[in-house]
Design a protein. Sequence first.
Length: 203
Amino acid sequence: MAKLKVAVFASGNGSNFQALADGARDGRIDADIRLLVCDKPSAPVIKRAEAAGIETYVIRPREYPSREACEREILIELKRRGVELVVLAGYMRIVTPVLVDAYYGRMINVHPSLLPAFPGLNGIGQALAYGVKVTGATVHFVDGGLDSGPIIAQEALAVEPGDTEETLAARIHPIEHRLLLEVVQHFAEGRIRLNGRQVTIES
């Protein structure tokens, strides 16, 4: 079976990128990570990609007249590499219809909360500040809104007394990694179906 051609977009440390790269290398997912797209030239995720032998495409958004112009150039790079699935993994930019329309149903994001609760920046801090007893992680389709696309997979996690952002993040990140690998493998196997906001995974 041909491997699923994947591009990962990331802006920061890149632990989710690392999980995907390791999973592809170890054969836990039938995926070929073709490209890292990064909007921060000094982001640690770039070194992770270099160590994994994965090509990096660094964009500098301020050099473009608009978000759309920047994404049109990204789209050219994705098409050139035959990318079939785009994974946003800590990518700190809202994508425009340029990419959403080209990859709708084939672009996913991972978020550290049980959406639709606490979208946007610092979902973990938002959950703690609100005082919830349960939070978790979500993998969802990208629709151009703020973490608003149809939900593919979620896993809940209890908030413990005395939790800080750091302690809660340390327990949420492994859930994000596991969910991402599971969902990417479902894509590779052609098992995911999207109908409106309803997502089913065929057995």
